[in-house]
Design a protein around this ligand. Structure first.
Ligand code: FE2
Length: 375
């Protein structure tokens, strides 16, 4: 005989999980309920004499959400955002209508940066610490889709970060990765006063915020890995953030199957046209059809949608649902790189972004190809 193992109500982006009291066994017993469903069932929206519902679903705000939800006695109590309203839901009522009881859904994308962060050793002549860090980073990347490598903080005899770039590239090459030159060049110097790259008429070379995307989805084979090495930090902003697109896709599948089906089947046109470069690829955003998963996502290189009139709203709903999921801060890995730090991510799995910035921020970007599966 055991009592409930979890009495905490877990709040997710559009729904919450209510633990039900256990009477026997040690298995979890819980119900998942959408915020909207709960708000629609609020017992305060009943006529005091007849008990009939006096509010219909369209009267409820589209973005309804709780600021607080907890168990009090035998009831779930929710305090709603932007409303002077607290709702009570007796657990027997929720158990009787538990449309998502003991779901085994995929978890949302992880946000714990420490799980993907490595500390590089100190160089004692040669580049042994860089080589070891790159080897460890690739192991972490295989598992999580990204690795962040921190350089030891300033010490005597430490080279300027820009003098380590070649050694880092050599260490990746020694692990079987091939540097991919792009239409920008081999090493991208992402800084405002760029003089070293071609085709710099794109957002990466400005100080603008760039929201979540994958790189070069308009190529038939987008580069597999990107290394981002911090050379100089911004004085304000310039934070990097990433989202595990594979975890987001699996999570979407478990919370919104229709949206998942559309995003894995509807082809989208990714089109880049610059002064001296043009490329077009037509492909779904989430692609499970190959040997490994691949995500393509780029709001700034996507052509107008082309869906039948009676399906366009359905498509927008699916697309926006996924965007909302990855934009949720609790689903993001947020990283501020210091000079000499680098991160490397799988561009077929991860979305990446940066906040806008001021100051001399200088980040170097290098693409690599990789043959083996990291599924
Ligand atoms: Fe990018």
């Amino acid at each position: 005989m055991s009592t409930s193992t979890n009495t905490t109500v877990e709040i997710f982006d559009r729904w919450l999980r209510v633990p039900f009291r256990q009477t026997s066994g040690d298995h979890e017993d819980h119900g998942d309920f959408h915020f909207r469903w709960l708000r629609h069932q609020c017992d305060q929206d009943r006529h005091p004499q007849t008990g009939e519902r006096v509010v219909d679903s369209p009267d409820i705000p589209a973005d309804v959400r709780p600021v607080e939800a907890c168990l009090e006695g035998d009831a779930l109590v929710i305090r709603w955002a932007r409303e002077e309203r607290t709702s009570r839901f007796p657990l027997p009522f929720l158990q009787a209508h538990a449309y998502g009881r003991n779901r085994a859904g995929a978890p949302p994308p992880p946000s714990e940066v420490s799980a993907v962060t490595l500390q590089r050793g100190t160089e004692e002549g040669g580049d042994g610490a860089i080589e070891q860090a790159v080897q460890d980073a690739l192991t972490t990347l295989d598992r999580h889709g990204v690795a962040v490598v921190r350089r030891p903080r300033a010490g005597s005899g430490q080279r300027p970060p820009e003098e380590e770039t070649d050694a880092i590239i050599a260490a990746f090459s020694a692990r079987g990765l091939r540097v991919i030159p792009t239409h920008f060049g081999v090493i991208e110097d992402l800084r405002l006063d760029n003089t070293t790259n071609a085709n710099t008429d794109q957002l990466g070379y400005t100080n603008a915020a760039i929201d979540l995307h994958t790189d070069q989805p308009f190529l038939p084979e987008p580069p597999r890995l990107q290394l981002l090495q911090n050379i100089r930090s911004a004085t304000y902003g310039g934070e990097n953030y990433l989202v595990d697109g594979l975890a987001a896709a699996r999570h979407l599948q478990s919370v919104d199957r229709r949206a998942f089906e559309l995003l894995t089947s509807v082809p989208v046109r990714f089109h880049r046209r610059q002064k001296a470069f043009e490329s077009l690829v037509v492909a779904p955003i989430l692609d499970f059809s190959g040997a490994t998963f691949r995500i393509r996502s780029s709001y700034f290189t996507m052509d107008p949608y082309d869906r039948p009139f009676d399906e366009m709203e359905d498509w927008y709903r699916a697309y926006d649902r996924f965007a909302e999921l990855v934009r949720h801060r609790g689903h993001q890995l947020r990283v501020t790189l210091e000079p000499g730090d680098f991160l490397v991510y799988d561009n077929h799995r991860m979305l990446h972004a940066r906040t806008g910035f001021r100051g001399p921020r200088w980040v170097r970007g290098i693409y690599f190809d990789r043959e083996e599966s990291v599924k």
